[in-house]
Design a protein around this ligand. Structure first.
Ligand code: NAD
Length: 507
């Protein structure tokens, strides 16, 4: 019997009222594990009302008190790390060790947000004009919303919520309907940590709930992470409604391999970054670009050897390198792309189709595939596969290799492997991609820097976490003040009242 999940409103779990549900699957067994309610517009409106009410009280907490709630939250999540990671793995499919990484990378942004008393400080200019001081302050927006993807059900909600809450907003999370249980548990832990009820609410749902959030003028900002078509839709809708938005989309990340690189190290790195989490990462390496035929021949052999040795199994088996995909639609999509690559003329070096795990025949497991001799115009190169499929696109020289990520429509992450500082420096300066790794396959910036791709991997101006997140979740108010010199000087009648009809300048 499938468990019935809920929303989280006003500090407690609240059942759905719409009568609509989505199945939450067990990707290892291929069965329905739970049913998640899909909110209708009326439920979304009630949740936004709850968040709006709670925000007033929360914004009145001074920044240090808000930071203390986040500190307690950090401890509570650490205490529960093991069971949270298992819960995450049971709905997503990623290994428990990788699920811990998902939670930990989220906590690192909470740690960053604990510095909020410092981060929220405004600017001040004394004597900007005669007797005039100018200062700015950062004030919360009010109610803000986050719409998040299935592939990082802990990290991405925390990347959004931590700075949003620290700045004094209330936060309504619409997590992926595929793995909502960890977000619901995080909401409970926030309340246990001392967050006033209603400051972090969770509304489960699909497009109906998202559209209701976008249409509600009380929602002042929307953070979205997911696929590019939906990112663009949300950005355009938010812009039309005058709602601040940052929307992060899909990716196709290249790893350029120069002939001087250590090819064993590169093979280890790209196999981990390509097949880890079954390739369901927006920063996964999906295209390896060896420079020169000799580099390519040697590297493909080393990668293929490692790919053939990968262990695919349940997420809670410590021996598994990666687990099942999130659902049967993902299995069909990935297998479809492997079929397409063969049709397009790429050389299939390792074929992951038709893989089944004995004892888990109904699970959503897919074997690893490796393509060589992929060319830029092939659809398997142009489109995001989001599965355990690695492509090798050979480049004749460095300039050709540089063009592949630079001219791709996505621009999330890229890496270069080389021992030569000059090549690395040229690459980092010229590549047309937002996040670059030098001998680092997955260059996800640390919490106090910012995360964001370029081109069609993003819609909006400000990145996630780091200083940009404080700008995104606050509005700046700038005060120009002058105190009439009444009390000290009026006694001798020497007050100059100036000319009020000419625009003030600082001459
Ligand atoms: P998705 O776009 O299908 O869903 C993301 C969210 O949008 C979910 O909450 C979903 O319920 C909602 N949604 C789906 N369809 C919608 C619609 N028509 N209208 C309104 N809302 C809708 O993405 P996903 O499959 O959950 O996640 C995988 C994608 O996310 C990949 O493309 C991956 O590259 C991307 N991703 C990007 C980043 C990044 O930082 N750039 C990070 C993680 C994942």
């Amino acid at each position: 019997m499938a468990v019935e999940l809920s929303h989280f409103v006003g500090g407690k779990r609240v059942p759905g009222e719409s009568g609509d549900f989505a199945d939450v699957l067990d990707p290892v067994g291929g069965t329905v594990a739970a049913r998640v309610p899909l909110a209708n517009a009326r439920e979304v409106s009630a949740i936004v009302s709850d968040a709006e009410r709670a925000q007033q009280e929360w914004a009145a907490f001074n920044p240090q008190r808000r930071a203390r709630v986040l500190m307690r939250f950090l401890q509570l999540v650490q205490d529960e790390m093991d069971s949270l990671a298992r819960l995450l793995s049971s709905e997503h499919g990623k290994t428990v060790a990788d699920a811990k990484g998902d939670i930990q990378r989220g906590l690192e942004v909470v740690e960053f947000a604990v510095g909020i008393p410092h981060l929220l400080k405004g600017e001040y200019t004394e004597s900007a004009g005669p007797g005039i001081d100018v200062y700015s302050m950062r004030q919360p927006l009010g109610v803000v919303a986050g719409i998040t993807p299935f592939n990082f059900p802990a990290m991405i909600p925390l990347w959004q919520a931590a700075p949003a809450l620290a700045c004094g907003n209330s936060f309504v999370l619409k997590p992926s309907e595929r793995d909502p249980s960890v977000p619901l548990r995080l909401a409970e832990l926030f309340v246990e940590a001392g967050l006033p009820p209603g400051v972090f609410d969770v509304v489960n749902g699909d497009k109906t709930a998202v559209d209701a959030l976008l249409a509600d003028e009380r929602v002042r900002a929307v953070g979205f992470v997911g696929s590019t078509p939906i990112a663009q839709y949300i950005y355009e809708t938010a812009a039309r409604n005058g709602t601040r938005a940052q929307c992060f989309g899909g990716a196709k990340n290249h790893a350029v391999v120069m002939p001087d690189a250590d090819l064993d190290e590169v093979a280890d790195a790209v196999v981990g970054a390509g097949y880890g989490s079954a390739g369901e990462r927006c920063m996964a390496i999906s295209v390896v670009v060896p420079v020169g035929e000799a580099t390519a021949d040697a590297l493909v052999e080393k990668i293929a050897e490692r790919v053939r040795g990968l262990t695919i199994g349940p997420g809670d088996d410590a021996a598994s390198d990666y687990g099942p995909l999130v659902g049967p639609d993902a299995v069909d999509r990935v297998n479809g792309y492997v079929d397409l690559g063969v049709e397009e003329g790429a050389e299939l070096v390792v074929d992951g189709r038709g893989f089944t795990l004995p004892g888990h025949e109904n699970g959503y497991f897919v074997g690893p595939s490796l393509f060589d001799r992929v060319t830029p115009e092939m659809r398997i190169h142009r489109e995001e596969i989001f599965g355990p499929v690695l492509l090798v696109a050979r480049a004749a020289n460095y300039e050709e290799a540089l063009r592949l990520p630079s001219e791709h429509e996505y621009g999330n992450g890229v890496a270069i492997f080389t021992r030569d500082g000059d090549t690395a420096r040229d690459f980092t300066a010229r590549v047309n991609v937002g996040m670059v790794g030098v001998n680092v396959p997955i260059p996800v910036p640390i919490a106090y820097h910012t995360f964001g791709g370029w081109k069609r991997s993003v819609f909006g101006d400000l990145n996630q976490h780091g200083p940009d997140s404080i700008r995104f979740y606050t509005k700046t108010k700038t005060v120009t003040q002058r105190w009439p010199a009444g009390l000290r000087e009026a006694a001798d009648g020497a007050v100059d009242r100036g000319d009020h009809f000419v625009i003030p300048t600082m001459k």
